[in-house]
Design a protein around this ligand. Structure first.
Ligand SMILES: Cc1cc2nc3c(=O)[nH]c(=O)nc-3n(C[C@H](O)[C@H](O)[C@H](O)COP(=O)(O)O)c2cc1C
Length: 356
């Protein structure tokens, strides 16, 4: 669609206004996946792209934001981890570089919400339960990304079809529906439910603009809708991944022993240039915020390393591939432009069909 063409008014929502984007479609901040290419591809196609900075070092995040900026003049977001040791510096950098949206996998602290909002940044945490949505809404966030159980990565148990209406009824702010969305029918359905847009992870992972190695994408494309599992054995929190042999073994044996998990956490430290003091501080933060055991804290750092090896280096034998269930109904690799324009056309066609 050219810039002069107007968007169907049924697709103009509180979210498009809040984010300053053409379409109510968000590409989520998937760790190791949502880099500058995917984010700028989404932004230039009229959606809101979110950079996955939670798995980047501070310097990588700064460089990635600059790269997105050099490729698009459209708004975009950055995904952060509330318990990162350098979260204050990261927030300052988002403010200094005029990023439009700050997204959070967990609830950001009220003082963080205030600082970001006071500086004009839109704050959007992900929620997987009604009470979480109510809590962050009280703290003043601008919108919530409501992720149902079929979603990829860390996820809850309530399916999108039940969680979404519950959250929409509970809060007055815009709600972005996530978990299982992959096409225009889903966008039309989410808007009909009363949501203000959709957010998609897995569907954007499987595009030509995502830099995930081809051999990894091939595994996703070959996975059926029943080929995923939610496991707590990876880092202690429920995470939806492709069911691989590694995951089956982890499920059987449980979390790695503390010494092995600790050794792997130290390897991860080298890989990411984290100082031992920072690693320990981050571990203490994680433990405090998420009520994890020390073995789980060490495994969380470990899981990050294993996921990176699979998703970035293409080491399929490592076998940790976070995914939503919709992986089973996705069978192509369009560009972001092709994907967004076909979702928009399909949603409009659904609206027309229903209302005729
Ligand atoms: C590979 C992968 C990595 C993810 N990493 C993150 C992350 O770092 N931060 C986050 O907030 N959500 C993360 N998620 C969750 C997604 O952002 C999104 O909420 C979810 O994928 C939506 O469900 P869908 O896959 O069905 O579209 C990840 C999901 C996937 C598939």
């Amino acid at each position: 669609m050219s810039a002069s063409e107007t968007v169907d008014s049924r697709l103009q929502t509180r979210a498009t206004e809040l984010f300053g984007v053409r379409y109510p479609i968000v590409q989520t901040g998937m760790g190791w996946v949502a880099g500058p290419s995917l984010v700028s591809g989404t932004a230039n196609a009229g959606g809101l792209g979110i950079l996955a900075a939670a798995t980047m070092t501070y310097d990588e995040m700064v460089a990635a934001i600059a790269k997105v900026r050099s490729r698009t003049d459209q708004p975009f977001g950055v995904n952060l981890r509330t318990d990162a040791v350098d979260i204050a510096e990261r927030v300052d950098h988002l403010i200094a570089s005029d990023v439009k949206v700050a997204s959070f996998a967990q609830a950001p602290r009220p003082d963080m919400v205030k600082k970001l909002k006071d500086n004009g940044i839109v704050v959007v945490p992900t929620v997987g339960a009604r009470r979480h949505a109510e809590k962050v809404a009280e703290w003043g966030v601008d919108a919530v990304l409501c992720q149902g159980g079929e979603g990829g990565g860390h996820t809850g148990t309530v399916p999108t079809s039940l969680l979404l209406p519950e959250v929409i009824d509970a809060v007055d702010i815009p709600v972005i529906a996530a978990g299982g969305f992959h096409d225009g029918r889903g966008l039309a359905a989410a808007l009909a439910w009363g949501a203000d847009g959709i957010a998609m992870g897995t569907r954007f992972l499987l595009t030509a603009d995502s830099k995930v190695p081809d051999e990894v994408k091939a595994v996703y494309l070959g996975t059926p809708v029943t080929g995923t599992v939610v496991s707590t054995a990876i880092d202690g929190a429920p995470q939806r991944v492709i069911r691989t042999e590694v995951i089956d073994n982890l499920e059987r044996t449980g979390l790695l022993s503390l010494p092995r998990a600790g050794i792997n956490a130290l390897k991860f430290r080298k890989l990411t240039d984290t100082s031992l003091a920072d690693l320990l501080r981050e571990g203490v933060n994680m433990k405090k915020n998420q009520d994890l055991s020390w073995a789980q804290v060490a495994m969380a750092a470990n899981a990050a390393m294993l996921t990176r090896a699979t998703m970035v280096e293409g080491k399929l034998e490592v076998g940790i591939l976070p995914t939503g269930q919709c992986v089973g109904v996705v069978d192509d690799l369009p560009t972001c432009e092709e994907l967004i324009s076909r979702i928009v056309d399909e949603a409009v066609a659904r609206f027309d069909a229903v209302c005729s």
